[in-house]
Design a protein around this ligand. Structure first.
Ligand code: BGC
Length: 370
């Protein structure tokens, strides 16, 4: 199954490359959305190694394929590797990338604290490191960080809940939180953005979390794992929602939403009492769920744009050019403040998915209808 998806993504990438410059590129995995057409091949065969976390989540497949396509278009040689959420496997992959003579490392970490030594090795070998989507913590070896506004993702999920759930003091709604992985800085930032929005409703009693599991240490999900979220949701439904429905699943990622959906179905929820369910990444399946009404919203992150910003950082460290940076304050990794580019996350639901997702050329109408 995974192999089939990868093959399809690679085929789409090839198509995008062939159609380089076409404004109406039809898939999520295409060349750069703003640097592809007419780009001058400057890479000269230099080796860029890209370490990605897992192929089990669609977004990382897009990220890897986009990075590979856009770097190759510029004449770089790309070594793209996935570690299937195995922390030690990622460490070994990066060690091998260094040994194989990479000129630059792009890393989307599984557990960035585990990479501190290997990053120091890269620094000693004079290999620049760029953090991709997830901040590399506790290292001074990282030059730049390309990401989305991670607190903004939480803010937007929170704003959506507050605006659309209809909770008031007189008509309170129940809510449970399914947050991301504690070893991922993004998960903490998302949580902070979300809580800022929903805290006033919790304080006035318009939102009620019956489990009381509002602290991140109680509602996080190691490795953003779907099964873990499903089991926790099953447990919460049994323990706290036997007599009253759960109205809102505030999920930090589409995979967690799928886990909650299975638990809800297992507990007998139907269209009549189906909760509001949030997510992140606007995966193909999640977008289909948004259309069918099973998932309420997600956060669309255009991985083509993120890849194009990261590529400008690779060019900067390898060619001495200036990358685009729009944040020099927020991303303190414990050792340094990493100069960053934050792309904008966009909330999508039934009302705007056509304009944002189909209009943006991320998925076609046909893909969503399959
Ligand atoms: C990313 C999210 C993604 C999550 C799970 C986070 O670091 O920013 O887009 O949903 O990891 O893969």
């Amino acid at each position: 199954m995974k192999k089939k998806v990868l093959a399809a993504l690679m085929a789409m990438t090839m198509l995008a490359l062939t159609a380089c410059g076409s404004a109406a590129a039809p898939a999520a995995t295409t060349g750069s959305s703003d640097s592809g057409a007419g780009a001058v091949a400057s890479g000269g065969g230099k080796k860029v190694a890209v370490a990605m976390p897992t192929q089990s989540s669609e977004r990382w497949m897009h990220d890897g394929a986009n990075m590979k396509a856009q770097l190759e278009e510029l004449g770089y040689t790309v070594d793209l590797q996935y570690a299937e959420d195995d922390v030690q496997a990622q460490v070994s992959q990066i060690e091998n990338m260094i040994a194989a003579g990479a000129n630059c490392l792009v890393i989307a970490a599984i557990d960035s604290d585990a990479l501190v030594n290997v990053e120091a090795q890269a620094k000693n070998a004079g290999i620049p490191v760029i953090a991709y989507d997830r901040l590399l913590m506790n290292t001074d070896a990282v030059s730049y960080y390309a990401t989305f506004d991670n607190k903004g993702v939480g803010t937007k999920i929170g704003e959506y809940i507050v605006k659309n759930c209809g909770a008031t003091k007189d008509d309170p709604k129940t809510i449970e939180l399914f947050m991301g992985s504690p070893d991922d800085n993004n998960a903490h930032m998302l949580y902070a953005g979300l809580m800022e929005q929903i805290q006033p409703l919790l304080d006035e009693g318009a939102l009620i979390c019956k489990s009381g599991q509002l602290a991140f240490e109680d509602n996080n999900t190691l490795r953003w794992d779907q099964q873990t979220a499903m089991k926790r949701c099953e447990d919460l439904l049994t323990r706290y929602y036997a007599d009253e429905d759960l109205d809102i699943c505030a999920c930090a990622y589409d995979g967690l939403s799928y886990g909650c959906m299975s638990a809800l179905e297992g507990a007998g929820y139907t269209d009549a009492n189906w909760p509001m369910i949030t997510g992140q990444d606007a995966e193909l399946m999640a977008t289909k769920h948004i259309i069918s009404g099973k998932q309420t919203m997600s956060i669309y992150k255009d991985t083509r744009l993120l890849a194009s910003k990261c590529v400008t950082m690779v060019q900067a460290v390898l060619e001495g050019s200036e990358p685009e940076i729009n944040d020099t304050e927020q991303y303190n990794n414990g050792k340094i403040v990493v100069p960053s580019y934050l792309c904008e996350p966009v909330p999508v639901d039934k009302n705007n998915y056509k304009e944002v997702i189909i209009g943006g050329g991320y998925y076609t109408e046909e893909q969503l209808a399959e």
